[in-house]
Design a protein around this ligand. Structure first.
Ligand code: ADP
Ligand code: MG
Length: 851
């Protein structure tokens, strides 16, 4: 047996092999040691007495799905080895084969997924030559990066390409695939990666091998997009060929049509995962999710994950949201109908997989009936009524679960299929005999406790308690002895039993055939059903955003292509919900040609970071098609949003270092465009004050000055010196967060006001904290000294000086010093000792005067 096991294991080296043994799936050796703690199973050993006992653990076959789901969720691939011949008919070892495989990114059966969210396998392709060209910005550089992703539990298949490495990484991070297929040159992605050979990325070769490609992908295409898509197609065909039927067409996705959020920004904004524990609570998505179907939830994630750039397309989404704003009763009616739809996409996949039985088809029917109910609230083109009706005509309303190890019958409706009807008619007499046997025999024998029993292995028998055994008729033959009873059979019973069991097998086969036909018809309609699911997903997303907008009194933002940003009384959508004393709204205006760079100063806890995030979220929401938490908003679309948080401010993630902060900042400076929105939060904080301030200053200047750049920027900082930028830079505006005093307390008003924060704020806090008056007085003096040195004669900040400015010290090119000049001019050889002494004295006096 271990030989057979090892042979099977060799076919699935990367997967945990579940090996069927009786009523259990067993895992052996390394697999057992890995899985036992994960699944909370007892690790035992086989052949305990041998010197090398084999570790093993087992999961009960009837509960296998739960364990498989867990293993997949933990990122492990599984292979299932089942017995492929009847144990009763085989001699020696039963033959076993790997009958199914699943890996985290390729889960064909939706029941095996832990979440209702999307579950992607991705493939990437990098054209190294084009990538090098794009990096060098050589003219005519072509698309270099291809990315394709598939969810075989829903049938979604999409691909994109770009010549921008950063955009490519951002997309990959957004899609967050569970597994990636990549050429072996790209295996260090930081994601579970399967390496694939070059042939897998060749659409022509993949088409030849698999036999076909999905609609939207042609064999003679050689773009990176096509290559990545081919690799996805090939991988699915090898690992889960049955799933290809669900993947009908390739959606081509254009990265440049969408607002890009790079990975750190996504993290800082807590869009789908919070910074605290990576969970969904207090995230934007949790807040926006009033969807009623899993379809809608996935689509909402898509809308929020892929905000748009085209104002017309954004307005179209806004229109849809607005449709469901009022009246509330209509939106609720839609919600109630939507709830009945459930996860139509996955219901379709379940029902049309080979494992799909009567119950899966009936679930599809119910989901489609839900769609029909939606169609009564709002017009839908095609609700698949014929598919639902077909299932309803053939199958009973509520089919029973298939019994374990026995023929499953009784789920096809009477009158739906001639063969099934005929078999049922044929077996009627036998069934009636068995049904009436108990009553008849009780009466005949006078044994009140007599029962007719059925057992999966032993078949039918007549059971009589021990106390009454003496009274059984002579034709009863003893079949089985129990603790308290005896079981008997008779010739007649055996005859009928044989006929009933035979017709049950026939019925099971006939009903299975009926279901298979039905499954085929449902699969034939799958394109239409998928379209329907997509329409419902849009509806659900729109009503969800409408519900949120309505409850939070959000407004529809104006969208245009200006480089401006106007938010009146804006709020942070998530913080607003939890602020104990209510949330203070703020106005924000940014304009690439005027107030381009806002410097926000103020003490800790004043509300700077919140404001930054609130602006970013408002722009993101607006471009996703949602309403926004404000009284009025006008958004000139942004192509990218960058958010950076200084090292010590993002300790929550526990991984930030100053180096990371600087790397992220460098990425902004190289990737931002004039249409970008840049939010810098305490940049430079992760190092010493002078260092940090200098970096912050230089970064801000660059964003202001760099020709052709000028992205709309908000810069929050506790370095109040940065406020001095406004003295020399025309598009810099200062704001601060107002505070008030109440007795010895500082009250944060959370109100953003023009002008920089007071410099002596910290000393003020120290005073209230009862530092000795003498210390406070001295601190004020020191501060005054520092401030005196801050500006030059012309009132310009000294910190702003550069090496090119006139009339100032320059370390690298010293201006001529009169003493040095004179020294240089001396000619000691021609001087008398007295002359030399006089010159020396004069130089010394001059030096003393200079001091
Ligand atoms: P800073 O970045 O200036 O240190 P934060 O933005 O982190 O301050 O804000 C600190 C806390 O103040 C937040 O956690 C939030 O609870 C609260 N807060 C911030 N802005 C507001 C506001 N506008 N209205 C009400 N509470 C706010
Ligand atoms: Mg902060």
């Amino acid at each position: 047996m271990m030989q057979q096991y090892l042979a099977l294991k060799a076919q699935a080296p990367d997967a945990l092999l579940l090996y069927r043994l009786g009523d259990f799936y067993e895992l052996f050796l390394d697999d057992a040691e890995l899985a036992a703690p994960l699944l909370d199973l007892v690790l035992t050993t086989r052949d305990r007495d041998t010197p090398d006992p084999v570790p093993m653990c087992g999961i009960p076959a009837h509960a296998a799905e739960t364990y498989i789901r867990k293993l997949l969720a933990e990122g492990h691939a599984v292979a299932i080895a089942d017995q492929v011949e009847d144990a009763r008919q085989s001699r020696g070892l039963v033959r076993r084969e790997i009958v199914e495989r699943a890996s985290p990114g390729l889960v064909g059966n939706p029941d095996r997924l832990e979440s209702q969210g999307a579950n992607y396998l991705a493939a990437i392709f990098v054209d190294e030559q084009a990538a090098a060209g794009a990096a060098a910005e050589s003219p005519g550089s072509t698309e270099a990066y291809g990315l394709a992703w598939v969810d075989i539990s829903t049938g979604e298949f999409a691909a994109t390409q770009t010549d921008d490495a950063a955009r490519f990484r951002a997309e990959l991070a957004r899609i967050a695939p569970r597994e990636v297929v990549a050429p072996d040159t790209e295996k260090d992605l930081g994601l579970p990666t399967r390496c694939a050979e070059a042939g897998e990325f060749d659409p022509q070769r993949v088409a030849d091998r698999v036999g076909r490609l999905p609609a939207g992908l042609s064999a003679n295409e050689t773009s990176p997009l096509a290559r990545a898509a081919a690799a996805v197609w090939s991988t699915v065909s090898r690992a889960q060929p049955a799933a290809l039927t669900h993947v009908q067409w390739l959606r081509r996705w254009t990265a440049s049509d969408h607002l890009v959020l790079d990975p750190p920004t996504r993290r800082h904004l807590e869009i789908s995962a919070n910074l605290r524990d990576g969970g969904r609570s207090h995230t934007l998505l949790e807040l926006l999710d009033e969807t009623r179907t899993a379809l809608g939830r996935r689509r909402l994630e898509q809308w929020i994950g892929e905000p748009l750039l085209d104002p017309a397309a954004i307005r179209e989404r806004q229109d849809r949201v607005e449709t469901w704003l009022e009246p509330d009763s209509r939106r609720r009616a839609l919600g109630d109908a939507l709830r009945r739809v459930g996860d139509l996409e996955r219901a379709l996949v379940r029902a049309t997989l080979p494992s799909g039985g009567a119950r899966e088809l009936v679930a599809l029917r119910d989901s489609l009936r839900g769609a029909a109910a939606v169609g009564e609230v709002t017009p839908l083109e095609d609700v698949g009524a014929d598919v639902a009706a077909d299932i309803a005509r053939v199958l009973v309303d509520e089919p029973s679960a298939p019994p374990r190890g026995e023929p499953h019958t009784g789920y096809v409706r009477d009158g739906a299929d001639d063969e099934v009807d005929e078999i049922r008619r044929d077996s009627d007499e036998g069934r009636r005999y068995l049904e009436s046997l108990e009553a008849a025999e009780r009466e005949r024998t006078g044994i009140g406790s007599l029962k007719v029993k059925y057992h999966r292995v032993f078949g039918y028998s007549i059971e009589v308690t021990k106390a009454q055994v003496a009274r059984v008729p002579s034709e009863y033959r003893r079949k089985q002895t129990m603790v308290n009873a005896e079981r008997f059979t008779t010739d007649e019973l055996e005859r009928w039993e044989g006929s009933v069991l035979r017709s049950r097998e026939r019925a099971a086969a006939a009903e299975a055939r009926v279901v298979e036909e039905l499954r085929g018809r449902a699969a034939g309609a799958s394109d239409r059903v998928r379209k329907l699911a997509s329409a419902i997903a849009e509806l659900d997303t729109a009503q969800s955003l409408a519900a949120v907008a309505r409850a939070g009194e959000w407004v529809r933002p104006e969208i245009d292509t200006s480089l401006e940003l106007e938010i009146d009384s804006g709020r942070h959508p998530v913080v607003e919900r939890t602020a104990p004393d209510g949330f203070v709204p703020n106005d924000v205006r940014v304009d690439a040609d005027d107030a381009q760079l806002l410097i926000l100063t103020g003490p800790n806890m004043a509300g700077k970071s919140t404001l930054l995030r609130q602006v970013a979220l408002t722009v993101l929401l607006a471009q996703a098609g949602s309403f926004v938490p404000a009284r009025r908003a006008r958004i000139g679309v942004a192509d990218r949003i960058f958010t950076r948080v200084g090292a010590s401010d993002s300790l929550a993630t526990g991984e930030s270092t100053f180096m990371v902060e600087m790397r992220e900042t460098a990425a902004i400076l190289s990737e931002a465009t004039p249409r970008s929105l840049v939010l810098l939060d305490e940049i430079g904080r992760g190092t010493s004050t002078f260092d940090g301030l200098s970096i912050a200053w230089a970064v801000a200047e660059h964003l202001h000055d760099a020709p052709g750049l000028r992205p709309r920027t908000l810069f929050a900082t506790h370095y109040h010196e940065l406020a001095d930028l406004a003295r020399t830079k025309p598009r810099v505006r200062n704001f601060h967060f107002a505070c008030a005093e109440r007795g010895d307390e500082v009250l944060f008003l959370r109100r953003m006001e023009p002008g920089a924060a007071s410099r002596s704020y910290g000393i003020e806090v120290a005073r209230r904290a009862d530092l000795p008056p003498k210390v406070i007085r001295r601190a004020r003096e020191v501060l005054a000294n520092l401030e005196r040195g801050e500006f030059d004669e012309r009132g310009e900040p000294r910190i702003a000086r550069g090496s090119g400015s006139p009339g100032q010290l320059n370390l690298f090119e010293p201006s001529p010093d009169p003493v040095l000049e004179e020294l240089r001019a001396l000619d000691p050889e021609s001087m008398t000792p007295i002359e030399a002494l006089v010159a020396l004295g004069r130089l010394r006096t001059q030096l003393q005067e200079d001091e």
